[in-house]
Design a protein around this ligand. Structure first.
Ligand code: FAD
Ligand code: SIN
Length: 533
């Protein structure tokens, strides 16, 4: 049995900024951080474009950033949350600079502020085109300064522990579900350990791996959201899965798909169809820099009409030195595939990129389950609405990391130690005989989601998806209940739950809004509610 005051599941921007804040304020609290792979592997590490914050007050202000966020979110952002994140964001960015993050500066010595789709001003702080790597590095190094933070890598959290594990029946209507920690699989010893804590924080990131093509690393299997749903907690707005317009087209197939940052379009690159014609002017006056939902749908439409497998991103008119300086990683990747961005058009396709919905939390990251908080991409805070504005995600992680710490500091001394928790019961389970059953089911799942619940949806497609998901669910539950647990089995199970949540929420929304486009309901109704499951 592992005991701590606070158990943090996830070590990306949200989990680590939280752990640092709490550890700094209370040296007597023991904080355990679990990561399912090594500590550097997270969506955070892959972030390219940067972190959005109002920085140059001569041209930019909170009002503009708030309006851009609300506009991208297409009518269902929670305005109070948008205001909080935008207004507290610059302080959190300043703080991470003080913790050691290096963001690029221009020749005048000011921060070089980039632009991305949907932003009316340049406000993206970045480190080259590998901002996430720099943020992850900074947070890992900073958190190592605190003796009261214990890092446990390669621990796969399976389930959060609630009264259910003490034999009490809990349903989605049970008002007082409490969380006492989590069961996690030690991937090195293959044993399931019990982690008990007064407060548990889910910071497990997104779920892009439900689709065949995604920019998300393989760890992005929605584990936290699925654990929450299984524990009968509330989850919201899962229909809003964001597709990034420009992942690098690679006929050989890559998991994850390599991202060509939106900052490249912010730098002046133009989208063109295979015959070299510009097309975005027919979809939005902001052309290649319209919000992501609009650009991704436009590309999807052009590809379908023309029967093409990709569109092009044209950078050939841009200043070569400036481009290579800002985008060295993208340049290197393109060149490795024989594409010189200064001479050749870059072939790009939309790929799943971001989970806008998730665990429903309030302005301090408090979930519907007592003693369970959540932050980052696994949550629905109300910031993103129906479509996240570019580079608002790292910002949200930083702001909520601190807010959760502030709230937990107020209550932790009043929380009693959890009751006695039984060890994980694996009785009656046997070694899996055919791992191929899991890999095949995963392939089927991704095929179902990509074919029926992608950028464009219909009622018939959603129904087909739900029917097929039901079968996969049944087969996988049989395996789960009879075989010894493996990370692959848990991830498959979680991805099926996530797919169900996306599809079910999509079927509930009888309109098209933001990232959810259903040709049976092409218009918007005055239905400005969140989809709560
Ligand atoms: P993550 O950083 O994904 O961390 C999740 C953590 O949870 C990991 O440590 C993982 O090991 C752990 N975990 C997950 N499941 C389990 C489990 N079962 N047991 C134990 N541990 C678990 N956003 C921006 O704002 N700006 C950008 O420029 C930007 N660019 C991006 C580029 C790419 C290619 C991608 C994929 C995303 C980008 N994003 C960007 C989005 C942003 O990076 C993420 O939304 C954000 O980093 C998520 O942070 P997080 O802390 O919520 O989760
Ligand atoms: C990008 O660099 O295009 C990704 C930015 C984001 O997802 O916020």
């Amino acid at each position: 049995m592992n005991k701590s005051d606070v158990l943090v599941i996830g070590g990306g921007v949200a989990g680590l900024s939280f752990a640092i804040w709490l550890a700094d304020q209370r040296k007597d609290l023991q904080i355990t951080v679990l990561t399912k792979a090594n500590s550097a592997e997270s969506n955070t590490s892959y972030a390219q474009g940067g972190v959005a914050a109002v920085w140059d007050e001569n041209v930019d202000d909170f009002k503009k950033h708030i309006e851009d966020t609300l506009d991208a979110g297409d009518g269902i952002c929670h305005e109070d949350i948008v205001k909080i994140v935008v207004e507290e964001g610059p302080k959190r960015v300043q703080e991470i600079i003080e913790w050691g993050a290096r963001f690029d500066k221009n020749k005048a010595g000011n921060y070089d502020l980039g632009r991305e789709g949907g932003h009316s001003e340049n406000r993206i702080l970045h480190f080259k085109d590998i901002t996430g790597w720099e943020i992850q590095r900074t947070l890992i190094e900073k958190s190592k300064e605190y003796d009261n933070i214990t890092f446990l890598e390669h621990y796969f959290a399976i389930n959060i522990i609630t009264q259910h594990h003490l034999g009490r029946l809990t349903t989605r209507l049970t008002p007082d579900i409490e969380c006492y920690g989590a069961y996690a699989l030690n991937k090195k010893t293959n044993s399931i350990e019990t982690f008990v804590a007064k407060v548990t924080v889910l910071a497990t990131g997104g779920a892009g791996q439900v689709y065949k093509s995604t920019t998300n690393p393989t760890i992005a299997t929605g584990d936290g959201i699925a654990m929450m749903y299984r524990a009968k907690g509330r989850v919201a707005n899962m229909e809003f899965m964001q597709f990034h317009p420009t992942s690098l087209y690679n006929p050989a197939g890559e998991n994850p798909s390599f991202l060509v940052s939106e900052a490249v379009r912010g730098y002046g690159a133009i989208l063109r169809t295979a015959d070299g014609a510009e097309f975005m002017d027919r979809y939005d006056e902001r052309k290649s820099l319209a919000p992501r939902d609009i650009v991704a749908r436009a590309i999807d439409n052009e590809m379908k009409i023309r029967g093409d497998e990709f569109v092009y991103l044209d950078c050939t008119h841009l200043d070569p030195e400036g481009f290579e300086n800002h985008f060295p990683n993208i340049t290197k990747k393109c060149k490795s595939l024989g594409i010189d961005p200064m001479k050749d058009f870059i072939p790009v396709v939309p790929a799943c990129h971001y989970t806008c919905g998730g665990i429903n939390v309030d302005e301090y990251g408090r979930s519907s389950i007592k003693y369970l908080y959540a932050a980052g991409e696994c949550t629905h805070t109300g910031l993103h609405g129906a479509n996240r504005l570019a580079s608002n995600s790292l910002l949200e992680g930083l702001v909520y990391g601190q807010r959760m710490a502030l709230d937990i500091l107020k209550v932790i001394d009043e929380i009693e130690n959890p009751p006695h928790i039984p060890n994980w019961d694996a009785e009656g389970t046997t070694e899996p005989r055919e791992m191929v059953l899991l890999t095949q089911s995963l392939k089927e799942l991704k095929e179902i989601m990509s074919s029926y619940v992608g950028i464009v949806r219909t009622d018939v497609r959603l129904k087909r998806a739900l029917d097929r998901l039901f079968l996969l669910h049944q087969e996988t539950e049989l395996l789960y209940n009879s075989t010894i647990i493996s990370p692959q089995l848990c991830e498959l199970r979680n991805l099926i739950t996530i797919s169900y949540l996306i599809t079910r929420s999509a079927a509930m929304r009888k309109e098209s809004r933001g990232l959810h486009y259903n040709t049976d309901y092409p218009n918007q109704f005055d239905y400005r509610q969140d989809t709560l499951l």
